[in-house]
Design a protein around this ligand. Structure first.
Ligand code: HEC
Length: 159
């Protein structure tokens, strides 16, 4: 009987300990983590890759003038502060769940994010301050970019 009471007590403790985990509120800190492990800064934050993963707060997610050129034309990592500027948190949720873009943006990864992750990401982007300037406009195939670009070409097979 004493054993049973101890087991029950232990079980109840485990239950109460789990509650805060499920009730975790979306936060700026969680959003920063999502953006880091989601790889968003790799493309959307200038200087990030070159500095081994340092985030310059004045550049964070503000887009990049380095284009990605491929069969789709030339695309530029967007200034995400401008993207979310007119959106409510709920609107961002719908936007992220249905987003489709040109390459090499991994838009499909956003569809797998949980509501907690997307709400946190939104709060993190909103916390970054003044949106600043937009990234260069998309260029159609054949148009020559005015800023540096990376070529995403299909592999050449030896004959
Ligand atoms: C490999 C580089 C790369 C990575 C990694 C990347 N993006 Fe992008 N992203 C781009 C490019 C390039 C575009 C522009 C695509 C276009 O012009 O169609 C873009 C576009 C977007 C857009 C559309 C913006 C708009 O205003 O329509 C959103 C939102 C976005 N990215 C969010 C993210 C998030 C969040 C992450 C991290 C989970 C991420 N991206 C990771 C390159 C990247």
């Amino acid at each position: 009987m004493e054993m049973l009471r101890r087991w029950l007590a232990a079980g109840l403790w485990a239950g109460t300990l789990l509650v805060p985990v499920h009730a975790e509120e979306p936060s700026v800190e969680a959003g920063l983590r999502v953006s880091r492990i989601g790889g968003c800064h790799d493309c959307h934050t200038q200087g990030f890759a070159e500095t081994g993963g340092q985030i310059d707060p004045s550049m964070a997610l503000k887009g990049s003038p380095v284009g990605f050129m491929g069969p789709w034309g030339t695309t530029y990592p967007t200034n995400l502060l401008l993207t979310v500027e007119p959106m409510s948190e709920d609107a961002f949720l719908d936007f992220a769940k249905t987003l489709e873009t040109r390459p090499p943006m991994p838009w499909f990864n956003l569809h797998y994010m949980t509501e907690f992750e997307l709400r946190s990401l939104f709060r993190y982007i909103k916390s970054l301050g003044e949106p600043g300037e937009p990234a260069p406009e998309y260029l159609a195939p054949g148009e020559t970019p005015k800023t540096p670009w990376i070529v995403f070409a299909p592999p050449q097979m030896p004959e």
